[in-house]
Design a binder for this molecule. Structure first.
Ligand SMILES: *[C@@H]1O[C@H](CO)[C@@H](O)[C@H](O)[C@H]1NC(C)=O
Ligand SMILES: *[C@@H]1O[C@H](CO)[C@@H](O)[C@H](O)[C@H]1NC(C)=O
Ligand SMILES: *[C@@H]1O[C@H](CO)[C@@H](O)[C@H](O)[C@H]1NC(C)=O
Ligand SMILES: *[C@@H]1O[C@H](CO)[C@@H](O)[C@H](O)[C@H]1NC(C)=O
Ligand SMILES: *[C@@H]1O[C@H](CO)[C@@H](O)[C@H](O)[C@H]1NC(C)=O
Ligand SMILES: *[C@@H]1O[C@H](CO)[C@@H](O)[C@H](O)[C@H]1NC(C)=O
Ligand SMILES: *[C@@H]1O[C@H](CO)[C@@H](O)[C@H](O)[C@H]1NC(C)=O
Ligand SMILES: *[C@@H]1O[C@H](CO)[C@@H](O)[C@H](O)[C@H]1NC(C)=O
Ligand SMILES: *[C@@H]1O[C@H](CO)[C@@H](O)[C@H](O)[C@H]1NC(C)=O
Length: 304
C-alpha cells in the first residue's frame, strides 16, 4: 500500500524548475522555459545548454537568440514583441559582485520570426540595440562568472524608462535589473531565459566548452553553482580544448530536471539586485546526497 502522506511529501519537495535556478535569487523563467542561444565562432555554432562553461573566445560575438516556440504554449500563444537582456550578476568577482548587474546587452522591440523546422523562432531586432552586445570578459584572476539572457514579453504597457538611457561602457556597471523591470512594466517574470558560465582564467583555452558539471581543472574557481546547475566533479585529466562537448542541437541540459537542490529556497520574490547568491560548489555534493535520499525514498515507496 502506498502512503499518501509520503507521496504528497515527495510532491511538495519536488522543485519547481526554473531558468536560472530559483536559489540564484534572480528573475527566473517559469516552467523551465529555455531561450535558445547560439554563438557562432570561426564557422562553428554552439547552442548553449543550461549551465555550460565556456572559454572566453566562444562568446566573443553577439549570439543569435531564438524562442522554443513548439515546446512552450506560453510562447506560441503570444504575438507581441520581446525585450532581450543579458546580465552578469558576478562582476567583478562572484565573491564580491560590486558591479551586479553588469549589463551586456539590451535590445527592445524584438519580433519572433516564423517558426523553423526545428520548432524555434529566431528573435530579430527591428530597432538598433539600446545597449549593444559586449562580450563576457571576467578578470583572469576571477572564478567563472554566470551570464544570464532573458527574453521578456514586451506588452503594450512597456515604457522605456528615461533614467536608463545612454549606457556607455563606463556605466553598464550600474544597471539595476530589479529597478529596470519595475519602471518599464516588464514585470519580474521573463518569458524565457538561459544561463551559462565563462572563465578567462589564464589556463582555460579560449575555445573550451564543457557541459554542466564539468570544468577545466583549476579553471572554474569558486563559481556559483547553486540550484540545478552544474555539480562540480573534478576532471581526472585536462579535457581536450576542442568544442566537441556542445552539439549543434537546441536540446536542454538534462541536469535541470534531475536534482533536488532547489528545495528550501523560497522563490517567492525575485529581487535580483538585493539577492546575494553565496552558495558555492559545496551545493553540488549536498544535491547529490539529497538525490540519493530521494532515490531511496522512491525505492521504498515502490516496495510498499
Ligand atoms: C510547460 O512545459 C511543458 C513541457 O515543456 C510544455 O509542454 C508546456 O507547453 C509548458 N507550458 C507553457 C504554459 O508554456
Ligand atoms: C496571433 O496571431 C494569429 C494569426 O495572426 C491569430 O490567429 C491569433 O489570434 C493571435 N493571437 C493573439 C493572442 O493575439
Ligand atoms: C539590429 O541590431 C544590429 C546590431 O546588433 C544593428 O546593426 C542593426 O542595424 C539593427 N537593425 C535594425 C533594423 O535596427
Ligand atoms: C582574457 O585574458 C587574456 C590574458 O590572459 C586577455 O588577453 C584577454 O583580453 C582576456 N579576454 C577578455 C575578453 O577580456
Ligand atoms: C585580481 O588582480 C588585480 C590586479 O590585476 C588585483 O587588483 C585584484 O585585487 C585581484 N583580485 C583578486 C580577487 O585576486
Ligand atoms: C551613462 O553615462 C552617460 C555618459 O557617459 C550618460 O549620458 C548617461 O545618462 C548614463 N546613463 C545611465 C543609465 O547612467
Ligand atoms: C535596485 O532597485 C531596487 C528597486 O528599486 C532597490 O530596492 C535596490 O536597493 C536597488 N539596488 C541597488 C544596488 O541600488
Ligand atoms: C502590463 O501589461 C501586462 C499584460 O497586459 C499585465 O499583465 C501587467 O500587469 C501590466 N503591468 C502593469 C504594471 O500594469
Ligand atoms: C577564432 O579565430 C580567431 C583568429 O584565428 C582566434 O583569435 C580565436 O581565438 C578563435 N576563437 C576560438 C574560440 O578559438
Amino acid at each position: 500500500m502506498r502512503s499518501p502522506i509520503l507521496l504528497s511529501w515527495l510532491l511538495t519537495i519536488t522543485p519547481i524548475l526554473a531558468i536560472p535556478p530559483a536559489d540564484f535569487g534572480f528573475p527566473e523563467a517559469p516552467n523551465d522555459t529555455a531561450l535558445s542561444v547560439t554563438y557562432h565562432d570561426n564557422g562553428t555554432s554552439f547552442t548553449v545548454s543550461e549551465a555550460e562553461l565556456f572559454g572566453d573566445g566562444i562568446t566573443a560575438n553577439q549570439p543569435t537568440v531564438a524562442l522554443e516556440t513548439a515546446n512552450f504554449q506560453s510562447i506560441s500563444s503570444y504575438n507581441g514583441s520581446y525585450v532581450l537582456l543579458m546580465v552578469d550578476p558576478d562582476a567583478r568577482y562572484p565573491s564580491d559582485p560590486t558591479y551586479r548587474f553588469y549589463l551586456h546587452w539590451l535590445q527592445t522591440d524584438m519580433t519572433a520570426a516564423t517558426m523553423a523546422s526545428d520548432g524555434t523562432s529566431q528573435l530579430q531586432n527591428t530597432t538598433s540595440p539600446r545597449v549593444p552586445y559586449t562580450r563576457p570578459a571576467p578578470p583572469t584572476n576571477s572564478s567563472a562568472h554566470r551570464y544570464i539572457l532573458y527574453a521578456f514579453f514586451q506588452f503594450d504597457n512597456f515604457t522605456y524608462p528615461a533614467s536608463f538611457d545612454g549606457y556607455s561602457s563606463q556605466n553598464r556597471t550600474t544597471f539595476n535589473l530589479t529597478s529596470f523591470l519595475d519602471h518599464s512594466n516588464l514585470g519580474q517574470s521573463p518569458a524565457a531565459a538561459m544561463y551559462f558560465f565563462v572563465s578567462n582564467e589564464t589556463q582555460v583555452p579560449q575555445d573550451f566548452t564543457a557541459a554542466a558539471g564539468r570544468t577545466y581543472p583549476g579553471g572554474n574557481g569558486d563559481m556559483i553553482t547553486s540550484g540545478p546547475g552544474p555539480m562540480i566533479t573534478a576532471s581526472a585529466s585536462p579535457p581536450s580544448a576542442t568544442a566537441s562537448a556542445t552539439s549543434g542541437s537546441s536540446t536542454r541540459s538534462s541536469t535541470g530536471s534531475s536534482t533536488g537542490s532547489g528545495i528550501g529556497s523560497s522563490s517567492t520574490s525575485a529581487t535580483g539586485s538585493a539577492a546575494s547568491a553565496t552558495t558555492t560548489s559545496g551545493a553540488g555534493s549536498v544535491a547529490l546526497g539529497f538525490q540519493a535520499v530521494l532515490g531511496l525514498v522512491v525505492a521504498i515507496l515502490c516496495m510498499i
